[in-house]
Write a protein that binds this ligand. Structure first.
Ligand SMILES: Cc1cc2nc3c(=O)[nH]c(=O)nc-3n(C[C@H](O)[C@H](O)[C@H](O)COP(=O)(O)O)c2cc1C
Length: 304
């Protein structure tokens, strides 16, 4: 087990293993420090940050669906300044890659946050162009290739750290959006964010979520996410961080075979705080049992 090579390089950033906690499902990471050893994680993409603090959407914000959840949290967070001043110093004590996930209402806001984070001690910046739960910005930026290109290009000028652009799956052709991000200067792409959905209470005839609609995540979306990662990997030259419904080590292998260099685990963290450690152990067992000693033997290894 000790001889396994699990480390991957995403846009020049060295991850000790390919498992990253997905933004919005792992807080700032510190919330999990009493339950798991954060040093074991490849990286943490912190909860979506905005320029100003946000209270998020009205409750209820989460509803279970068959094999998944719908959420409409709406980017509740204390704001980028608070993160830099009050969270990052403690988070940096852990030996794991820190990715700041940013969300703007406008191009200016994205650039402003990137400039501020440029001076902060983070490893990567993740541009979330894909949140389905906010009225301004979010998913509406991420569905238009021209907009994706312009925002990526503008933010890139303000970001010293490698830039990851996170794509929404709520589009007809994901490859068009991925190419726009690459042309705009993205150093890596992460996909997918959640799928827009809704739930209705038939007793009250009202939507279950306070925001009416929400984003679907978890095992229900995995086959679609996997298909999108595979399609994108065939057209871009930059590394991909794949995600959507990963609950087991074998599912990590599926995403790597489809062309992802690293993966994020989201909803599984809400099932058990120990999920990522279990998934990592399952990945190692898979490699040992299949005599794979270097994780690179799996990346892009799909046989068609
Ligand atoms: C409760 C919740 C909050 C989320 N918040 C964010 C966020 O702030 N920023 C972001 O880029 N993605 C956010 N996401 C999307 C996840 O990072 C991930 O892309 C998606 O859930 C698919 O992965 P999963 O099926 O493993 O959860 C959130 C997802 C959930 C379930």
């Amino acid at each position: 087990m000790e001889n396994l090579k699990l480390n991957v390089n995403v846009a020049g950033v060295h991850f000790k293993n390919p498992l990253i906690a997905a933004s919005g499902t792992f807080g700032f990471g510190l919330e999990y420090k009493d339950y798991i050893d954060l040093n074991q994680l490849g990286g943490i993409s912190v909860t979506g940050l905005t320029l100003e603090p946000r209270k998020g959407n009205p409750p209820p914000r989460i509803v279970e669906t068959p094999s998944g959840i719908l959420n409409s949290v709406g980017l509740q967070n204390p704001g980028v300044e608070y993160f830099i001043e009050s969270v990052l110093p403690e988070l940096k004590q852990y030996n794991t890659i820190i990715i700041a996930n940013i969300n703007g209402n406008s191009l200016d806001e994205y650039c402003h946050m990137a400039s501020r984070l440029q001076q902060a001690d983070i490893h990567m910046l993740e541009l979330n162009l894909s949140c389905p739960n906010v009225k301004q910005g979010g998913v509406s930026f991420g569905t238009d290739p021209k907009m994706v290109y312009s925002i990526t290009k503008a933010v890139k000028k303000h970001s010293y750290q490698p830039l990851v652009v996170k794509l929404t799956p709520n589009v007809t052709d994901i490859t068009e959006i991925a190419l726009a991000a690459q042309q705009g200067g993205a150093d890596a792409i992460s996909l997918v964010n959640t799928f827009l959905g809704m739930a209705i209470d038939v007793k009250t005839r009202r939507p279950v979520l306070g925001n009416i609609t929400g984003g679907l995540s978890g095992p229900a979306i995995k086959p679609i996410a996997l298909r999108m990662v595979w399609q994108v990997s065939k057209v871009v030259d930059i590394p991909i961080i794949g995600m959507g419904g990963i609950m087991t080590g074998q599912e990590v292998v599926e995403f790597l075979l489809a062309g992802a260099t690293a993966v994020s685990v989201g909803t599984a963290n809400l099932v058990s705080p120990n999920s990522m450690i279990e998934i990592l152990n399952e990945l190692k067992n898979y490699m040992v049992n299949n005599k794979i000693f270097d994780i690179h033997e799996l990346i892009g290894g799909l046989i068609v």
